[in-house]
Design a protein around this ligand. Structure first.
Ligand code: NAD
Ligand code: WQD
Length: 341
């Protein structure tokens, strides 16, 4: 019988792509989601790709009673991938308690119920945000963490610590903390992709919405950074590559890897905002309306990953070329526009 994995936040951007990869690898997926930042129809997209709609529990991870009921129904699961969280950095500064309530309480409830039912394996969505402004590039998993600059970032640092303490106290438990760099793109089928609510904060959805004429102009935040071309540098990782890393992490734990393992998930290559714009235009043939604007407060000038540990230990590496990723993102944007018209 297929092994069952609980995917919290499985209806969201990274969750849907990971569900596809889990199903392709033969796992039986049950999604726990309250749709605070997604729509149930995203799971229809998963079904159109894999032929199987994941089972769904409509549940808030921060609701102690409801989440206990959902876990009791699925106590035969062998692992949890915990995506469910709020993720808007600016909003977290305005509503810190909402972020701690949702992200921290949700995580604590998940860990509590895993302990209760003897579910041993957890994969946690952490973020490159835990490195702050790094002193040395690229960053390895040994790079010292910097104090978080937002309540959102704080929930990732705290989440990592809470899980590490829980594993230390329970030798039967194992965890993998995945520090994502900048996830971008969509499934090549354009059946699933990123669906930001309202005005996007992140570069790629803003860029594709501008290319589609939904936004007038993309503001490029800062051209005077101390980087090769003056623009901010990030490590943009294809969403499908990111998703497959979760399957690799899960298999590593199910194969007996003990304790807490931490991996950077990036390509190992830094790309500037202008390089990304140019690659998008070349890959799609679409001309983008952009302007140079002031720096965005709080932006890290440059960060990219050393991802060799994930390669060595998990046998995983990012494969999808950036041009393909950007073409997929554009194909998804076009499809979303067609649906909305
Ligand atoms: P997303 O908003 O698309 O998906 C999150 C999903 O979790 C949504 O479906 C939402 O409805 C659900 N959710 C949120 N709170 C919940 C709760 N209390 N109970 C049940 N469901 C809940 O975001 P995403 O981009 O897929 O991010 C997934 C995870 O990865 C998050 O933990 C996020 O912090 C982390 N992460 C994302 C990025 C990024 O740039 N996308 C980078 C680093 C880390
Ligand atoms: C990328 C680059 C901007 C928008 C954030 C979170 C981080 C993580 C991922 C969850 C930067 C530039 C952007 C625009 C621009 N999330 N930009 N014009 O800031 O690297 O990371 O999302 O964990 O925690 O902080 O991503 O996509 O916002 O920005 O020029 O309209 O694009 O300055 O250089 P960021 P981003």
């Amino acid at each position: 019988m297929a092994q069952k994995i609980i995917v919290t936040g499985g209806a969201g951007y990274i969750g849907t792509h990971t569900t596809v990869e889990l199903q392709k690898a033969g796992f039986d997926v049950v999604v726990f989601d309250n749709f605070i930042n997604s729509d149930p129809s995203s799971l229809d997209g998963v079904q159109r790709i894999t032929g199987t709609k994941p089972e769904l529990e409509r549940v808030d991870c921060a609701d102690d009673v409801a989440i206990a009921d959902a876990f009791a129904k699925h106590s035969d699961a062998v692992g949890v991938i915990h995506f469910a969280a709020l993720k808007a950095v600016g909003e977290s500064v305005e509503k810190p308690l909402m972020y701690y309530q949702n992200n921290i309480r949700g995580l604590m409830n998940v860990l509590d119920n895993m302990n209760k039912h003897g579910i041993a394996n957890i994969v946690f969505s952490s973020s490159a945000t835990v490195y702050g402004v790094p002193d040395v590039l690229p960053v390895t998993e040994e790079t010292p963490l910097k104090p978080a600059t937002s309540p959102y970032g704080q929930t990732k640092v705290m989440g990592e610590n809470i899980i590490s303490d829980a594993v230390r106290a329970n030798p039967n438990m194992r965890a993998t903390l995945l520090r994502y760099f900048n996830p971008v793109g969509a499934h090549p089928s354009a059946e699933i992709g990123e669906l930001p609510l309202g005005t996007p904060n992140n570069l790629l959805p803003y860029l594709t919405q501008t290319a589609a004429g939904i936004r007038e102009v993309l503001s490029v935040f800062g051209d005077d950074y101390d980087t090769p071309d003056g623009f901010c540098v990030r490590d943009y990782i294809d969403i499908n590559d990111l998703a497959s890393a979760h399957v690799a992490a899960l298999k590593h734990m199910l194969g007996g890897a003990n304790g807490v393992n931490i991996f950077n998930l990036g390509t190992g290559r830094g790309v500037s905002v202008m390089e990304l714009i140019k690659t998008f235009q070349d890959a799609t043939g679409v001309k983008l309306n952009y302007k140079i604007a002031a720096r965005r407060p709080g932006d890290v000038p440059a960060i990219w990953a050393d991802a060799t540990l994930a390669n060595k230990v998990l046998g995983w590496r990012a494969n999808v070329p950036l041009a393909d990723t950007l073409r997929n993102a554009w194909k998804w944007q076009v499809k979303v526009c067609e649906k909305n018209n």
